[in-house]
Design a protein around this ligand. Sequence first.
Ligand SMILES: [Cu+2]
Length: 136
Amino acid sequence: MNRNNPQHAPALGAAVLLAVFALGSAGATGKAPTLPQEAPEKPVQRIRITAERFSFTPSRIKVKAGTIVEIVAESEDTSHGFHLPDAGIDTQIPARGKGELRLRFEATQPGTYFFECSRPCGAGHNTMRGTIVVED
Ligand SMILES: [Cu+2]
């Protein structure tokens, strides 16, 4: 179903889409699965997230459909996971002082998507989650 689109995969790390990754969304060509040059022109929304036992701040993130979402996440303590299943993302936010996580995905499909910490980080780990709301 999904394919990787090298144009969306800069050196930042994971780059996937919430729904259909390869073919752009509305406005792209009608059928041919070409990789349009338009990708870099899509607006980028940068979202900063702080992870700390046992929450993400903000934990509810709103983005616009049709944009590239760039997540920049830092931890205030230990390393945490960043798992966004609908985008096929499962990666780590480094421990405090060890840098930050940066990743991009394209938000194509309006909806509410949950993300969670995927790295056992303590007693409240299972409650460490948040949502990304993709608005039309
Ligand atoms: Cu955790």
